[in-house]
Design a protein around this ligand. Structure first.
Ligand code: SAM
Ligand code: SF4
Length: 315
């Protein structure tokens, strides 16, 4: 059975937040005073694996992205990756890179696509953005992943007056390592959004000061360009160029709630269909019915600050 919403969008991509914990405290992600989930409310590894397989087998979900919080802070992540990959799901992960060197061999073995977040090449600025003195660990992780032939992409959130002077350096960094870089527009999740937001057009203009770039393709939610020196540069611009009509994703929070749109104000608990025992038929009907309520997207909520914390939604 295909999962479709009322706007005819087919859902084939599930983003799973493994944890709401993170060792970073990024200024664009984390609001002050976020309350952590209680341990007993968090889905067990078995429940996560069951749900991923359920969406795969019942609804033809092909791609799963593990995220968080910081997904490598979830103990047992290796067995989740192994079990999902063995079920022929395409497994991807988004990470802050701090623990990447430890896992990169394993990720390469299971052909996991990895998006590593990197917003600056300056260790001091790194601490200012992320709250942690972790630049060298992230660099080590990226180097190791490249050596281990991990399928890697870089995600950068550019913030006005913070790292907008590093756009070309970040492109050079990615080019030198033959890695695609994606500039993600800062979405309104924290109080500082107004002060720091910078648009795709401004980022692009900076890049065009040095490179000619040409549109290549849409890939998922990213528009991909190539530069005249052969770098793949993507833009994910939810704010100025929303792609909601192409959205094929569904989110599962660490405590087992479905979120239909990153800007939605409502979430739909599905853990209750798993505890104290699994009720597959009821879950099936609930998911079918719930997905029909997927909002149009950012266009519907524009101008409002998002309700959920990014750290709980998984980006
Ligand atoms: N901790 C991991 C990481 O940082 O990559 C995974 C979770 S994080 C929420 C996923 C992605 O969302 C990261 O690439 C991060 O840069 C991005 N992100 C977080 N807050 C954002 C915001 N307000 N606007 C745009 N992207 C954001
Ligand atoms: Fe943590 Fe990632 Fe959010 Fe930064 S963006 S606080 S690394 S979850």
């Amino acid at each position: 059975m295909k999962l479709c919403d009322l706007y005819g969008r087919q859902i084939n991509y599930l983003r799973i937040s493994l944890t709401d914990r993170c060792n970073f405290n990024c200024i664009y992600c984390r609001s002050n005073g976020v309350e952590f989930l209680k341990r007993e409310d968090i889905l067990t590894l078995e429940e996560i694996e069951f749900l991923a397989s359920f969406f795969h087998e019942k609804f033809g979900i092909e791609k799963v992205r593990l995220t968080g919080g910081e997904p490598f802070m979830r103990r047992g992540i290796e067995r989740v990756i192994k079990n999902l990959a063995e079920k022929n799901l395409k497994v991807k992960i988004t990470t802050n890179g701090f623990f990447l060197s430890k896992f990169s061999k394993f990720l390469s073995e299971y052909e996991v696509g990895v998006n590593v977040s990197l917003d600056t090449l300056d260790p001091k600025k790194f601490k200012k953005i992320s709250g942690l003195d972790g630049f060298s660990e992230v660099m080590e992780g990226i180097d190791k992943a490249i050596n281990d032939c991990v399928k890697l992409k870089i995600n950068s959130v550019i913030l006005r007056g913070v790292n907008d002077d590093e756009i070309l350096d970040l492109v050079d960094f990615a080019w030198a390592r033959n890695v695609e870089i994606r500039f993600i527009e800062f979405m309104p999740f924290t109080e500082v959004w107004n002060a720091y937001f910078i648009s795709e057009d401004e980022i692009k203009a900076k890049i065009q000061e040095k490179f000619k770039i040409e549109f290549l393709e849409f890939k998922g939610t990213a528009s991909i360009y190539t530069s005249d020196n052969g770098c793949r540069i993507g833009f994910i611009s939810t704010v100025t160029k929303p792609f909601c009509n192409l959205c094929s994703r569904l989110r599962l929070t660490a405590d087992g709630r479905l979120v239909l749109c990153i800007f939605d104000k409502i979430s739909y608990p599905i853990k209750e269909f798993l505890r104290p025992y699994v009720r597959e038929n009821e879950l099936f009907e609930f998911v079918l019915e719930t997905v029909r309520k997927k909002p149009k997207g950012f266009v519907e909520f524009a101008g409002e600050k998002a309700k959920f914390e990014m750290i709980k939604l998984g980006g």
